[in-house]
Write a protein that binds this ligand. Structure first.
Ligand code: CA
Length: 224
């Protein structure tokens, strides 16, 4: 278990590091927000302890920037005063917080809770739909083709999801429209053709293997 401790008060940092090492965690310190963020982005951490008041970049900013790109559990260390209340009112994405001064046992307990929660999430079966070398994860909404990640817009995702849920079933333009667009929005059915073309372009960027077949006069199908 790797824990990053971003705390500028050296005595407190030292104390936390020693206690965590004693518990068997691998620990790395950072003493200002900028360095902390850099380290946080660089490696995979199981938990990050993040002080609120930090030089160079404050804890809220570190949390916000980090959470925008990576979902690493963060425990905020806050001062026991009005700032804490204000911070809690903000939606900055921290997973937990602990007010200073705290008993080390309390910090350790919170770390254990977070780690247990992460383990549970890791052990959940992944919800994916597969077709040929495509794998669509319906929780993360990520599409993998072999080892390559393909970025999809929301509509492209919805369209692919519909096809992959209906392997071997011919979908008419009307069915597709009904499922993906608001049918009453009066969209021309050729919008479907345009989106299928976009999606094909993304799926078949490197080879000619067909994923989505056109059935003349009917619609489209993903057929095995
Ligand atoms: Ca501080």
């Amino acid at each position: 278990m790797n824990i990053l401790v971003i705390e500028d008060e050296e005595a407190l940092s030292e104390f936390i590091l020693l206690e965590l090492m004693h518990e068997g965690y691998n620990v790395t310190p950072a003493y200002d927000g900028r360095k902390g963020l850099e380290l946080a982005l660089e490696k995979n951490w199981d938990v990050i302890l993040l002080d609120l008041m930090l030089p160079k970049l404050n804890g809220i900013e570190v949390c916000r920037r980090l959470k925008a790109v990576k979902d690493i559990p963060i425990i905020m260390i806050t001062a026991r005063d009005s700032i804490m209340d204000r911070v809690l009112g903000l939606d900055i994405g921290a997973d937990d917080y602990i007010p200073k001064p705290f008993a080390i046992e309390e910090l350790l307990a919170r770390i254990r809770v977070i780690i247990r929660r992460q383990e549970k999430l890791k052990n959940l079966p992944e919800m994916t739909l597969s077709f040929k070398d495509l794998e669509l994860n319906i929780e993360s909404r990520l599409l993998k083709k072999g080892e390559h990640l393909i970025e999809l817009t929301k509509k492209e995702y919805d369209l692919l999801f519909l096809f992959m849920k209906n392997i071997n079933r011919v979908l008419t333009r009307e069915i597709i429209l009904e499922n993906i667009w608001d049918y009453h929005a009066d969209i021309e059915t050729n919008v479907v053709d345009v989106y299928v073309m976009h999606l094909r372009g993304k799926l078949e960027a490197n080879d000619k293997e067909g994923y989505i077949q056109t059935i003349r006069g009917m619609g489209y199908v993903m057929r095995e």
